[in-house]
Design a protein. Structure first.
Lengths: 295, 236
């Protein structure tokens, strides 16, 4: 009942595990996959990367702030880990790099991937992520090169803290199969007892419920501007949030920070979506972007 | 995150201290906190009482922690994780080295509930039987025989008539946990046994995916306390 196509990916549900959450090892990816349409791995680069010193994640009343620093075992080790993925969902491998050729090289390590997400939006690492994703020409070149080497779908993940319409259009021209929006937004927290910034990196990326309205607006705008599908990411915590993103134009919705509340979040949202569609006697495909028709 | 003042410190030995916070945390035995020592790192530590952690120096941050002075301020997130399941019947606590930390808290908690509590405590040598007078009914073992039985806590465990206990709680180094697991499985008492696991953690709240077990469980959220049944067939 929840089946939906995103570009050429035939997914059993619109629910997708967001990158950076429970995505470093196959056992957790496989477990989440049970009730997800797709799972996105933790971003991987060519070389192993330590990441920042702890504290790297803090929980606040409205979501999380993280500056993990793209820690990664590197593409060789990570491809071995992902070869153990046994999940019943599409596997999307998230890549980070600075140069177009490096993205292509990275993708060659992951035969098991059903699609690639390009991390063009991590806000707290200086030579990758948002630094790359703010340059429409560079984004277009990265996507073109990726698409010339592989037929697998490519989904650039963009930030709201950039001219996202321009960047998304460049990615679409380059042949992107869809756009993921949004990544975390820069933020920080200071402990009033120790009077110091809490994260070792001082600032990080804000995710979770607090950023949902911002993500909603970006999804809305991209739906108006693009032909390719939009995958929402940013604060979806309940089934209502998922419906809201779909009404704004998303064909799939990523969930990450909500795992703070429960490991069963995909199961409960999935069941609730089925109940909602039955009660409303409507299909997911009809709901996608429906709010645009009312204005 | 919030912060708390360290009120008091007990130096048990060269490398183990207990740090007492200015107030009690609403918590249960078996739960842990993420403790952030400014200028160092944030690390997971089991509570050894509602207002303390007992720490062994194993790295830069823990080395600095055991030498803190009263009055210093540390950051705290938590308590997090699944606690031990209490009993008011007969309880056996099996501690290996610094694995005793959460069991101090559990010991007091169970005694207050009226449980009959016996502790088996093993370490390499007598000085490492940290804070052992916290335990009222106690049998000890040391590798070098400097106190109690010469041998390991597993040797003590093998002497026990396990059927008589309502619950068995185990915490210690991985090798000891595995041996205890094997023995308790052989004796068919895994169903009433609980193990407290330790893993490197970054977030403590179930999102980062650093502390994943083979079956996909998160040590910080589904654990750190797992029932023996949950660990069957899982490499730990």
């Amino acid at each position: 009942m929840l089946e939906i196509d995103v570009a050429s990916l035939k997914m059993k549900s619109p629910l997708v595990l967001a990158s950076g959450v429970l995505g470093s090892f196959s056992p957790s990816l496989s477990r989440v996959a049970e009730h997800a349409g797709a799972v996105v791995t933790k971003s991987v680069g060519l070389q192993p990367r330590e990441g920042y010193r702890t504290p790297v994640i803090i929980n606040t009343p409205h979501g999380l702030i993280n500056a993990v620093g793209l820690s990664s075992p590197g593409c060789e080790e990570f491809s071995k880990e992902l070869s153990k993925f046994r999940g019943d969902a599409k596997l999307i491998v998230s890549l980070f790099a600075s140069e177009p050729d490096d993205f292509v090289k990275l993708s060659s390590y992951f035969d098991m991937a059903d699609a690639f997400e390009l991390n063009l939006s991590c806000p707290h690492v200086s030579d990758a992520g948002l630094t790359v994703g703010s340059d429409p020409e560079l984004v277009k070149e990265i996507v073109e090169k990726m698409k010339s080497r592989s037929s697998k779908p490519v989904f650039p993940k963009l930030s709201a803290a950039t001219d996202y319409i321009e960047v998304a259009k460049a990615a679409e021209e380059g042949g992107a199969d869809g756009i993921v929006a949004i990544n975390t937004l820069r933020g920080m927290a200071i402990d009033i007892g120790t009077r110091k910034p809490i994260l070792s990196n001082i600032s990080g990326g804000v995710s979770g419920e607090g950023i949902k309205p911002i993500a909603m607006k970006v999804v809305w705008d991209l739906y108006e501007e693009l032909e390719i599908p939009v995958i929402a990411s940013g604060g979806a915590t309940t089934w209502r949030d998922v419906i809201e993103f779909i009404l704004a134009g998303a064909r799939a919705v990523q969930i990450g920070s909500a795992f703070f509340y429960s490991y069963r979040v995909f199961y409960s949202i999935k069941e609730s979506l089925i109940a909602y569609l039955r009660k409303e006697k409507i299909s997911l495909n009809e709901l996608v972007g429906m709010a645009h028709k009312t204005v | 995150m919030f912060s708390m003042r360290i009120d008091k410190i007990i130096r048990h030995s060269d490398d183990v201290s207990t740090l007492f916070f200015s107030s009690r945390l609403r918590s249960y035995p078996g739960q842990f906190i993420m403790l952030n020592l400014p200028r160092y790192e944030e690390i997971p530590l089991s509570l050894s009482s509602p207002n303390s952690v007992t720490v062994r120096a194993v790295g830069e941050t823990t080395y600095a922690l055991i030498r803190l002075s009263a009055g210093e301020i540390v950051g705290i997130r938590g308590p997090f994780g699944k606690p031990f399941t209490p009993t008011d019947g007969k309880a056996l606590l099996v501690a290996g080295g610094i694995g005793a930390a959460p069991l101090y808290y559990l010991h007091d908690y169970l005694k207050r509930r009226g449980a009959e509590v016996k502790v088996l405590f093993g370490a390499r040598k007598a000085e490492e039987l940290v804070w052992k007078d916290r335990f009222s009914v106690l049998m000890v073992a040391t590798d070098d025989g400097s106190e109690g039985l010469r041998g390991t806590v597993i040797d003590l465990l093998k002497e026990e008539e396990l059927q008589q206990y309502d619950r068995i709680y185990v915490c210690g180094p991985e090798e000891m946990l595995r041996k205890a697991f094997t023995h308790l499985k052989e004796k068919e008492v895994l169903g009433k046994a609980e193990f407290s696991l330790e893993r490197y953690m970054k977030c403590g709240i179930g999102v980062c995916g650093t502390c994943i077990l083979e079956d996909g469980s998160r040590v910080c959220a589904e654990g750190p306390v797992f029932s023996g049944k949950d660990l069957e067939g899982v490499e730990f």
